[in-house]
Design a protein around this ligand. Structure first.
Ligand code: IPE
Ligand code: IPE
Ligand code: MG
Length: 259
């Protein structure tokens, strides 16, 4: 235990030395994965991992806000997660209620504004209320945006965008020849994030190396990091380590390195 503490202290000191506070990514998106495996490794039910994962969300939110991140997008429930056993789905639907009922005062204290992407009309009434209340209660905050993806799927998002644009064409409001990338971006659920709609850094925990229908349009030029820790083990130091790795990358956006 003592050794572990010494190790984390060293890790934290090393991180602080290497982190460039002038080059913090504006938008960090995280696919929070591995809750179930974290629990199973401890012979606990999968939902125990989700419960612990909620604590990680709190820690990482504060850490990101303290570092000056502008937008933190967290993938909490996908359009495909309905396929899970109803007991697990029900538990996951209770989590936003628990999360916001204990955490909104901290969010306000840190000037963090809550936003949501995804079709929340399919969530239970109480969950919808918790989400809407959190959005309303943090509406005046103008620090970091904590953007939850809830019942979110990127293909669903793109399909909805196409429907809206198609309807506008049909109604004669837009000429199809004027459809451009900017128009599509403006019809995505991330449009509310303004200039920070596209993540600079996308992190997935648990060692899985796939995107699982998350922000496909927006991550065209994001830096991707797949980290082995399960989400309940991730923390502020893990976030700093990921940012240091990001700061060592050379983003080129199709151009040349020294342009
Ligand atoms: C991520 O953890 C949380 C959600 C998808 C809601 P998982 O529940 O996917 O955990 P694993 O991947 O099965 O370990
Ligand atoms: C992605 O994780 C969704 C969330 C983190 C909310 P999954 O665990 O659902 O993804 P797959 O099924 O492993 O691709
Ligand atoms: Mg998973």
């Amino acid at each position: 235990m003592e050794e572990q503490l010494v190790f984390s202290k060293n890790k934290s000191e090393a991180n602080d030395q290497q982190l460039d506070l002038e080059r913090i990514p504006n938008h960090i998106a995280i696919i929070m994965d591995g809750n179930g495996r974290w629990a199973q490794k401890r012979h606990l039910p999968r939902v125990a991992g989700h419960k612990q994962g909620m604590q990680t969300v709190k820690k990482v939110t504060i850490a990101a806000s303290d570092l000056g991140v502008k937008v933190l997008s967290l993938y909490a429930f996908s359009t495909e997660n309905w396929k899970r056993p109803s007991s697990e789905v029900n538990y996951l639907m209770q989590l936003p209620i628990r999360f916001f009922s204990t955490f909104v005062p901290d969010l306000v204290k840190h000037n963090v504004k809550v936003a949501v992407m995804g079709d929340i009309t399919k969530l239970p009434e109480q969950t919808q209320k918790a989400v809407k209340d959190a959005i309303a209660d943090t509406a005046d905050c103008n620090g970091m945006i904590l953007n939850f993806a809830l019942n979110y799927g990127s293909r669903d998002e793109i399909t909805r965008a196409m429907k809206k644009i198609g309807q506008a064409v049909k109604d004669g409001q837009i000429d199809p020849m004027t459809i451009d990338e900017q128009m599509l971006s403006q019809h995505m659920m991330s449009a509310q994030l303004g200039e920070y709609a596209d993540p600079d850094l996308l992190i997935r925990t648990s060692g899985e190396e796939r995107i699982s229908n998350f922000m496909l349009w927006q991550i065209a030029y994001s830096e991707l990091e797949f980290v082995p820790e399960h989400w309940p083990d991730f923390d502020g130091e893990s976030l700093k380590t990921a940012i240091i790795e990001f700061q060592g990358r050379h983003r080129r956006f199709g151009g040349l390195k020294n342009q």
